[in-house]
Design a protein around this ligand. Structure first.
Ligand code: PMP
Ligand code: GLU
Length: 417
């Protein structure tokens, strides 16, 4: 059933297809693994469309509708024929809106010439890596990590250097670990704060310690802050670029409208950096995507400069869901999770399940656990194996409270064997 998740590398040397001999495909592209989050989401949606009563905790995608004032701005844009190419790195209005938002949220001063808008934050990560990485350069990646980072680093020709952030350290790396991982080939650190998949949030002091190492060792940081609007329990953090001019010069900030404004399908992300890096990224974009969608850009302006109470309403709902799912998981035997401070994921520790036979299936890995839970419990999760966390299973709680209750009941029944 999970074959779709196992769609690994193709044999690039395979030269004969249906009797026709062809040259091999590109090695870098052929080695790219399927995104386990996207694959699991597609599988759960297909099962639901086929009439299977599956509950999806796979993709990190808010279940809320895009707020009305944002949709209205898009409708207006269509009526006003805002339907043509825009500058490759985004409209002036969107760049100004981004500057205003980071000033209000983090006190950051950026000029529109330092902003690059893309077709989603995933593409931001790719463009940032493309701007920084030469073949063979090392990029430090704390684990657990969002599935796409590892593949994107390799797609950009880089070598990922994974640094483990154990559950016992609340999934955080230390400045000492970062310093120890740096070599003469290190180009950048990729940091995701708040973190997908762990929900970890670094304090300002912890970030400052990491920033100090980046400056001392002269490495860049790609700081993905897409979940910055989703913090719980009064926890506070900071933007990496707010920690001093030295680090701001070395930082590429990534953000977007997908998560905070429930706009995953609109495909708008943005980067903030020094003008020099922004120019390189904009040039690259001008040949790759051309420009992001004009209507989506207009909608994103409304999101960024319009009323922000919709963000707070969704944040509150996520916090309630977090509290519920964490307390349910931690009352079950043989599984547990850390209470995360941000984003909308929990990492469920399944170490005690390894070696068990559940519903006739021998569980030897988080892949086996997720597969068995889907098959026998009709609950879709994402195994941590693709996230540098082989003993964990990720649950996205960006779904309704009813679904979460149903999913937890099913997990409880499933674990009884
Ligand atoms: N960064 C992180 C950490 C994410 O979880 C996601 C979710 N897909 C993205 C970037 C990309 O977001 P999008 O492409 O939808 O803007
Ligand atoms: N970021 C979300 C996730 O991790 C959406 C899917 C994806 O782009 O990976 O589930």
């Amino acid at each position: 059933m999970l074959a779709i998740l196992q769609g690994g590398a193709y044999n690039v040397r395979e030269a004969t297809i249906g009797g026709i001999t062809l040259k091999e495909l590109a090695q870098i592209a052929s080695a790219v693994q399927v995104s386990s989050t996207m694959a699991m989401d597609a599988l759960a949606k297909q099962m639901a469309a086929d009439g299977v009563d599956v509950v999806g905790f796979g993709a990190g995608e808010p279940d809320f509708n895009t707020p009305d004032h944002i949709k209205a701005a898009a409708v207006r844009a269509i009526a006003e024929n805002i339907t043509r190419y825009t500058p490759a790195s985004g409209t002036a209005a969107l760049k100004q809106a981004v500057c205003r938002r980071v000033k209000e949220d983090f006190g950051l001063d950026y000029q529109p010439s330092q902003v690059v808008a893309t077709s989603g934050a995933k593409h931001c990560v790719y463009i940032a890596l493309r701007a920084l990485v030469n073949p063979g350069d090392e990029v430090i990646l704390p684990a657990p990590f969002w599935v796409s980072y590892l593949e994107l680093i390799k797609m950009a020709g880089g070598t990922p250097v994974v640094v483990s952030a154990p559950e016992s350290a609340r999934f955080k790396i230390t400045a000492g670990q970062l310093a120890a991982a740096v070599t003469p080939r290190t180009k950048a650190l990729v940091l995701n704060n708040p973190c997908n998949p762990t929900g970890t949030v670094y304090t300002k002091e912890e970030l400052a310690a990491l920033a100090k190492v980046c400056v001392e060792k002269d490495i860049y940081v790609i700081s993905d802050e897409i979940y910055c609007g989703l913090l719980y329990g009064g926890v506070k953090t900071a933007s990496f670029a707010s920690l001093g001019e030295d680090i701001k010069e070395r930082a590429i900030l990534i953000n977007g409208v997908s998560k905070s404004y429930a706009m995953t399908g609109w495909r708008i992300g943005y980067l903030l950096s020094s003008e020099k890096i922004a120019k390189v990224m904009a040039n690259y974009l001008s040949h790759s995507t051309g420009s992001p969608g004009s209507v989506s850009q207009a909608a994103s302006v409304a999101a960024l400069i319009g009323p922000q109470d919709c963000v707070e309403a969704m944040r509150r709902a996520f916090e309630e869901r977090r509290n519920y799912i964490v307390s349910r998981v931690n009352t079950m035997d043989g599984v547990s999770c850390v209470k995360p401070d941000g984003a909308f994921y929990i990492m469920m520790n399944v170490e005690k399940q390894l070696g068990r036979t559940l519903h006739g299936e021998l569980i030897q890995s988080s892949d086996d656990f997720s597969a068995a839970l889907l098959k026998h419990g009709l609950v879709a999760t994402v195994p941590g194996s693709g996230m540098g966390a082989p003993s964990f299973v990720r649950w996205s709680y960006a779904t309704s409270m009813d679904n979460i209750k149903k999913g937890m009941d099913r997990l409880e029944a499933f674990l009884r064997g």
